[in-house]
Structure formats: C-alpha cells, structure tokens
Ligand binder design. Sequence first.
Ligand SMILES: [Zn+2]
Length: 166
Amino acid sequence: MKKLLAPPPAISFARVLAYAIVDETVRFTGEQRLYVGNELIGAVPCIALCEELRNDHAGFFVAYCNEKWEAVAIAPATDPNSAMRQAEHYYRGLGALWTQTTVTVHQAREWIARSSPEEVCSFCGRLPFEISNLVRGNDAAICNLCLDAFHADIHSGKNQETYEAT
Ligand SMILES: [Zn+2]
C-alpha cells in the first residue's frame, strides 16, 4: 500500500487541526454513505479535523478526503470533540490514529494565498472567501472592498490636494 502524506495546512478554506490516515486497524461501519457524482464510495483514506477560517461559517468540521486530501464530504460539528466522536462512529478505531498539527491561522491563510495567488487582492491581501469580486489587471487584482474604499476616498475630497498639485 502506498504511504500517504500528511495534509496541507488548509482544506476547503479551513485550518487543519488534526488528521488521521485510515489503516487496517480501522473498521469502517458502512453507516456513512458518500457519493462522488452518482457513485457510492466506501471508506475514505484520509480524514481531517478542521476549523473554519471564514467568519460567516464559524465552527469545525470533519473533512472526509481522498488520498490527495481533497475533501469528498464535509460534516460540520459544534466542537472538535463531537467532530472526532462522529468520525469514530463511522470509522471504529480511528480515535487512536489522530495526529495533532501545529498549523496556525496565519500559516493556513498563507497556504491558501500561495495556492491561489490570482484569487487574492493585491492591495489588502484578502483571500478568495473574504471578497465577492476581484477586478484583474496585468500584474495586480483589486477586490470589491478596496474599490469601494478608494471610491469613497476620491469622492470625499481627501485626495483633492493630489489633483491640484498635478
Ligand atoms: Zn482588497
């Protein structure tokens, strides 16, 4: 069997707090039915406990992942303990396999920014899930929030001196 690697710092815009790689000591109960497209898949090889980075989605979830740590399914939970209990219910013995990560919020954000640089605002550094629109130029992109702020500045007369000087 191929050796699976540890997960990235973030999965689906959430920080990875702990992860487990399913091995032969784990018994999949079959009570979890996950579909990819129309196909029912059995046990997943990789499971991660994640904390949301999105402000409007505060909370935790278990990410049931393929071998590349891409989430096949996400199951929300109110706290890490109930998330782990839920995973144990489907994957008996998983409890002994969890490895805690040391990933900080900052590291998780950095990783998301690095993995999709073209989706990040060049001016404020907001990440894709924090903006609703991004206008791209040749070497830079600006988000809707920065555009709104600049627009307000220009029309408040704050930049009047700049105009007079030129
Ligand atoms: Zn911005």
